[in-house]
Design a protein around this ligand. Sequence first.
Ligand SMILES: Cc1cc2nc3c(=O)[nH]c(=O)nc-3n(C[C@H](O)[C@H](O)[C@H](O)COP(=O)(O)OP(=O)(O)OC[C@H]3O[C@@H](n4cnc5c(N)ncnc54)[C@H](O)[C@@H]3O)c2cc1C
Length: 153
Amino acid sequence: MAAPRVVIIGAGIVGANLADELTARGWDRVTVVDQGPLPLTGGSTSHAPGLVFQTTGSKTMTELARYTVEKFAGIDLDGEWCFNQLGGLEVATTPERLAELHRRQGWATSWGISRRTGSSILKRSRLTEGMPYCRERTAVIMSSVTRPNLTRL
Ligand SMILES: Cc1cc2nc3c(=O)[nH]c(=O)nc-3n(C[C@H](O)[C@H](O)[C@H](O)COP(=O)(O)OP(=O)(O)OC[C@H]3O[C@@H](n4cnc5c(N)ncnc54)[C@H](O)[C@@H]3O)c2cc1C
């Protein structure tokens, strides 16, 4: 057996993805090793619920998150989804938090996330219509409904 060309230590999300990206680009003899049992090695990836926020102040990081979402959304295991896009709500209960949500919505608009996901700032009345657990303390939320930007693995 030929010696590995690349050895990646750690089969978490970073190591596993690196191996996938290398082999997708034609690299062969890529070996991933981990000290823990697979697939739940005990590393951080084993514990993460799998939320993926695409909106950040950095266009580069936003593009990376977009690429990640598109990649994960295309993966299935025996026909079953591996990445379930459930959508998400970010809730503001203070003026400062509301200002932050408007800032984030501005980034989402600038980087094209809003167009793709339908994220928007919702008034409290819209929120409480469909979300009975969000009651009067909730001021405003940022939401994406049709193509959510918050996702679960
Ligand atoms: C509770 C929790 C919730 C989280 N929620 C989210 C979330 O919702 N969304 C999000 O984006 N991020 C989340 N994170 C963060 C995210 O999980 C981590 O940033 C990410 O998983 C790190 O991936 P990694 O591959 O770098 O590290 P890891 O997943 O920790 O992988 C490193 C691997 O290296 C192995 N290893 C280490 N040393 C050696 C060695 N010497 N020899 C062999 N193997 C070795 C470990 O066993 C491990 O499997 C969460 C983290 C935690 C802990």
